[in-house]
Design a binder for this molecule. Sequence first.
Ligand SMILES: Nc1ncnc2c1ncn2[C@@H]1O[C@H](COP(=O)(O)OP(=O)(O)O)[C@@H](O)[C@H]1O
Ligand SMILES: [Mg+2]
Length: 382
Amino acid sequence: MSRQQDPFIGRDVLNGQFKILQKIGSGGMGSVYKALQPAMNRMVAIKILHPKLASRKDLVSRFRREARAMSHLTHPNTVKVYLYGELEDGSLYIVMEYLDGKNLNQTVRSEGPMAIERGLPLLIQACNALEEAHRAGIIHRDLKPENIFVTQQGGMKDFAKVLDFGLAKVTEREMRPGSVILTQEGMVFGTPEFMSPEQAQGKALTPGSDIYSLAVILYEVLTGKLPFDAKNPMEFIQLHVTTRPKPISERVPGKTFPPLLWTVLSRALEKKSSDRYASAAEFAHALQAVLAGLTAVPPFNDGSGRPPRPMMPSTGAIPTPLAQQAIAIPAGGLVPPPQRSSPLPRETEAVRPPLALLAGVALAFLTIGALLAFVVLNVMKK
Ligand SMILES: Nc1ncnc2c1ncn2[C@@H]1O[C@H](COP(=O)(O)OP(=O)(O)O)[C@@H](O)[C@H]1O
Ligand SMILES: [Mg+2]
């Protein structure tokens, strides 16, 4: 649709609160516009659902649920939602922070595949955003390079923002187990190129489904190629279900990667969700190890106080103490900070040794010991 034909461009919406300036993106569900919010003297992005979809009650309630959930996500690597609702004409909208930059797909298309030092931190940031969503019970279901934005924030270049949470899971018809729906508009339940095997089969999704998609994204970002060659969406779907992806170092002639990268990626690309990383935070932890140049992934501590999970199958090498140090202070942070205004996802809830607890327990043991000794002595005297 050209600028002239788009009915939203140039329009004042929500009682003149926003003036829609131009279209900045479009997908199966609607369009995204850049708009001015004069009262705040800032730009915002407004996503408006196709008016024809807004007449579908099931889609509307699902959209509302997703928008509400998304507005509760506070991770700095998740796009910030300001408000959502219905425009004067009944179209559903979401107003969000305006991001300056390009999505990952546009970035790779214009700048070529990324070096590990650039691609890994972006994906680690996306993992951190997903960790918060998963903990809140939200599975993205449509992770692909178009839904990860590369922007600047707080003076940080290459700041990742995860977009489009849960919207794309809305299909024209309800999903039936075992079926994959491709609508006339080419809208699918997820995107075949990045789809986990369980999604491709119409099975229930887990956080592991998002982890799989993130791994496919990373594969593409680093090589410029997908893990599979397919001629059409159905073929991609089939390959995700049945075929092991080509090792990343064999994908582009002359381009090799650290062996640990493939160890980590292939675990995230396991066909069975339960064979992948247990959480996005654990996947981020493994990617940090690759970024730090380690030859194996150190044990992962999920901050729950439970003993670390057994180490993933490694290349056989043992991490050096120096390398372990490097991973002990993850730059990306694994725990979502309470505030999204900070430029970096910082680890604000670092696991501290519970000193007070230890002291209390020691004191209790000493007291019990003394009492026991007293009783035993008394008994012996008698
Ligand atoms: N907040 C934003 N700021 C700037 N550009 C955005 C923003 N949100 C989305 N976009 C652009 O619009 C495209 C489509 O947005 P998205 O939320 O993914 O909608 P769709 O459901 O149509 O895929 C994105 O790939 C991105 O390029
Ligand atoms: Mg999108």
